[in-house]
Design a protein around this ligand. Structure first.
Ligand code: MN
Length: 199
């Protein structure tokens, strides 16, 4: 019998809570089916191996092939789904240390958002655009293809947008740019700041 080693994360909001930016139907497929499949696949692949005892981040750092792809996608989606709050929440403006770092490293919040969206739009194929911090706390934006995560570059991931088509095709069809622009309305900057200050 297989032990349930990794589990589907719990969403910090109801499945319809991110509407109209992300529909309940997209959550049901993206979280309920795509992410669940990555969890099920990884559990089958690591059962009985030394990877069972590792954290997701350790597996992502040490593995390749199918194990890397499924572990990477779980890590990526845990950070993604964990960074949102409903449109009506009052945490959609960055404050504190993360705001200071954005102003320092990108000039302004507007310049940061413009560059972040542009890197999401211009990523060819499936992948993720990330805001991360390096070891000195400097912020960087990176494009990662497929299941890649900035931890493999020694960076600490803070914020991400998923540009796999499964993230937006139900609600936005081919309009990736419109989807990315809309996501700012549901970013929980308190959570992003917490990740940044968690040095
Ligand atoms: Mn996804």
């Amino acid at each position: 019998m297989l032990a349930a080693l990794f589990t589907l994360m719990t969403l910090p909001y109801a499945p319809e809570a991110l509407e109209p930016v992300i529909s309940r139907e997209t959550i049901e497929f993206h979280y309920g089916k795509h992410l669940q499949t990555y969890v099920d696949n990884l559990n089958k692949m690591v059962a009985g191996t030394e990877l069972e005892a590792m954290t997701l981040e350790e597996i992502v750092r040490k593995s390749e092939g199918g194990i890397f792809n499924n572990a990477g996608q779980i890590l990526n989606h845990n950070l993604y789904f964990g960074q949102f709050s409903p449109v009506t929440a009052d945490n959609h403006t960055p404050q504190g240390a993360i705001l200071e770092a954005i102003n320092r490293d990108f000039g302004s919040l507007e310049d940061f958002q413009k560059e972040f969206e542009q890197k999401g739009v211009s990523l060819f194929g499936s992948g993720w655009v990330w805001l991360s911090a390096d070891k000195e706390g400097k912020l960087v934006i990176t494009q990662e293809t497929n299941a890649n995560n900035p931890v493999t570059k020694g960076l600490r991931p803070l914020l991400t947008m998923d540009v796999w088509e499964h993230a937006y095709y139900i609600d936005y069809r081919n309009r990736r740019a419109a989807h990315l622009q809309a996501l700012w309305q549901i970013i929980n900057w308190e959570e992003v700041n917490r990740r940044y200050e968690d040095l």
